[in-house]
Design a protein around this ligand. Structure first.
Ligand SMILES: C[S@@+](CC[C@H](N)C(=O)[O-])C[C@H]1O[C@@H](n2cnc3c(N)ncnc32)[C@H](O)[C@@H]1O
Length: 246
């Protein structure tokens, strides 16, 4: 089933969401664990005493990470009702709140948050410039934005053919826009942008760029599994941007 609409819809199909979450939490086989999360934590730094907004929060696992880091509050927004239900079972307490809604519709008061994060969700967003402009307004002075996306080499590669990939062919790299992908037994639509686009969207909207990471796999996390390390070193899968409201 093609879910050409907003990104949350893709995760509404129970089997798709479950398959995604199995992969997401598949220990050292998960690129989120060995590539994205270490880069995300490095860029994020301390969230102690911060009010945190998470756009595309998923199943609530990031909420627990943020709360254990001493954040005073955490609001997670996700477009999939199934994800939000899961998140409410994963994380609770009076510092945390989950909202079922679309990232493109989030419009909170000026200066309500100190940190805005988004992990692997902005490549679903069509009007990213509008979202980043609103994030800028939502942040307190000196507030931070940290987000990760599917790497442009992956949103820009040709996915024809079945079975495990042995090579990647990037094509139409400078043609921005929607790209359909077969993923977890369904069809997803990702918005392809270049690395330069992701940098520009933050610098154009009043942020200073602090970090840009291509989430190189961490050998120390792979516990001597040389084959898995070699597999993960072939192509970048994620891109991460950290910026401060200036
Ligand atoms: C790849 S998952 C990542 C989830 C979580 N951030 C994590 O790292 O585990 C992408 C998430 O973004 C949400 N999402 C995608 N597009 C969205 C949109 N336009 N509005 C709200 N949520 C969206 C999906 O429902 C899904 O939960």
């Amino acid at each position: 089933m093609a879910t050409g609409g907003r990104g949350g819809e893709f995760y509404e199909v129970d089997d798709v969401r479950r398959a995604y979450l199995r992969h997401r939490h598949d220990g050292l086989r998960s690129p989120n664990t060995v590539m994205e999360e270490p880069a995300f934590l490095d860029a994020l730094g301390s969230v102690s005493g911060c009010r945190v907004l998470d756009l595309g929060c998923g199943d609530g696992s990031t909420a627990n990470l943020i709360l254990s880091g001493g954040a005073t509050s955490y609001v997670g927004v996700d477009g999939s009702g199934g994800m939000v239900e899961t998140a409410r079972r994963t994380a609770g307490g009076d510092r945390v709140r989950f909202v079922h809604g679309d990232i493109e519709d989030v419009d909170v008061g000026a200066g309500e948050f100190d940190v805005v994060i988004s992990r692997m969700a902005f490549h679903y967003i069509e009007r990213l410039d509008v979202v980043v402009e609103r994030v800028h307004r939502a942040l307190s002075e000196g507030g931070r934005l940290v987000f990760s996306v599917v790497h442009p080499v992956i949103t820009g590669h040709d996915t024809s053919g079945d079975g495990p990939r042995t090579s990647w062919m990037v094509d139409g790299y400078f043609d921005r826009g929607p790209r359909e992908r077969s993923w977890f037994g369904s069809t997803v639509v990702w918005r392809h942008r270049t690395i330069e686009d992701y940098v520009r969207v933050v610098t154009r909207h009043g942020f200073r760029l602090d970090s840009l990471s291509e989430c190189e796999p961490r050998a120390e996390l792979l516990l001597g599994d040389a084959d898995e390390l070699a597999r993960r070193r072939r192509v970048p899968l994620m891109l991460l941007v950290g910026a401060t409201r200036s």
